[in-house]
Write a protein that binds this ligand. Structure first.
Ligand code: FE2
Length: 365
């Protein structure tokens, strides 16, 4: 049985999370609050938790064995509303937890084609954690393969596969991470792209949401690539860039948080190809990409600045995923970047969980 709120909070005090915020609590009175609706998923930080280096594994995407017509996912009861010509579809009338193997394979393919799927009215958050992990693993990894265990973020005690996103009146790690003096909080990134096998099809669901705001912005990196001229595309193909976990680890260390695995720096192709659809996409992001391999510093800065600006300005190939109780968002992390929107009232709680299965070593275009 999941522990009660008071038990969980006490436990967190002894494990570092609340301890890190004692100073804040003194400065700001704690408002009366019933606590998180799903205390089992309260972010858990154990500075002594350690993971070995990530090992390579053979990955085959389940979307490659799906029926292209998707008869198990897109039944007559299913409604699909596209959110943009280039990215994003809202799906209702289907329950992810009831899909069999074929349906989950089709979900993987559909996520690759549409980049982001916003499923409404799901019972996903009320499944057991084991079942949530089983579904995410099936959709993203053909045979056995790992769900990424985040080196620094909050996870769930006993279930390091869960990456917990949490903010309430006393805790605002997002602001701490991107900096408190920024004019805006937009921060485009592709999750943990520093991994040798970065995530593919990713699951995200909310447990508590603010009254309004807290949407997620998603942008098609495939369309960002297509908008470039053929000459420029040719120049980018073959280039590689370094993605670094170091700043994230340094930040965690500085605030007394965990670094469960030594940070890695990994080279990935600047343009990658999707293993199932063959679609090409830019694979650089402002969050983790640090330099172009083989370029002088100024050249690298110049090119990355152009690409980051190009991506950030892509309002005509982006969507805003909104949340309602029961929403589950599934996206393909290989073809997209996303950003949280830190626009909601600081007194409100937003509590979400991500399952981030790792995928193939990026295929150069
Ligand atoms: Fe993210």
């Amino acid at each position: 049985m999941a522990p009660s709120v008071s038990e969980t909070i006490t436990e967190q005090v002894s494990n570092g999370f609340a301890k890190l915020n004692l100073k804040q609590e003194k400065e700001k009175p704690v408002p009366v609050d019933n606590g998180p609706s799903y205390p089992f998923y309260f972010p858990y930080f154990d500075v002594d938790e350690k993971f070995p280096p990530t090992e390579l594994f053979e990955h085959t995407d389940p979307g490659s064995r799906a029926d292209k017509a998707k008869p198990h996912l897109l039944t007559p009861e299913t409604t699909v509303n596209h959110l943009s010509p280039f990215i994003g579809s809202e799906v209702s009338g289907v329950q992810i937890s009831k899909l069999g193997n074929e349906g989950l394979d089709e979900l993987a393919l559909f996520a690759a084609e549409r980049k982001v799927l916003v499923f409404r009215d799901q019972d996903f958050k009320d499944l057991t954690p084991e079942r949530q992990i089983e579904i995410a693993r099936h959709v993203a990894i053909w045979y056995f393969g790992p769900i990424q265990r985040h080196p620094t973020s909050g996870n769930v005690k006993g279930f390091p596969e869960f990456h917990v996103v949490y903010r309430d009146a006393q805790n605002d790690r997002f602001k701490e991470y991107i900096g408190g003096d920024r004019a805006n909080r937009t921060s485009w990134h592709s999750d943990v792209s520093y991994e040798k096998q970065p995530p593919g099809t990713t699951f995200f669901f909310l447990l508590d949401q603010p009254s309004w705001g807290g949407d997620t912005l998603f942008l098609s990196q495939a369309e960002a690539y297509k908008r470039l001229s053929p000459e420029f595309q040719k120049r980018l193909e073959g280039l590689r860039a370094v993605h670094s976990a170091v700043p994230q680890a340094d930040h965690s260390r500085k605030r007394g948080g965990p670094v469960r695995r030594e940070p890695v720096e990994t080279e990935h192709p600047v343009v990658r190809q999707h293993p199932v659809t063959g679609e090409k996409a830019l694979y650089v992001n402002q969050g983790f990409t640090k330099r172009i391999v083989g370029f002088r510093d100024e050249e690298s800065e110049f090119l990355l600045k152009f690409l980051f600006d190009h991506i950030a300005k892509g309002a005509d190939y982006h969507i805003r995923a909104t949340y309602k109780p029961g929403t589950v968002v599934v996206w393909d992390n290989r073809l997209t970047v996303h950003s949280a929107t830190g626009d909601f009232d600081t007194s409100e709680r937003r509590h979400a969980v991500r399952l981030t299965p790792q995928a193939e070593v990026p295929i150069p275009a």
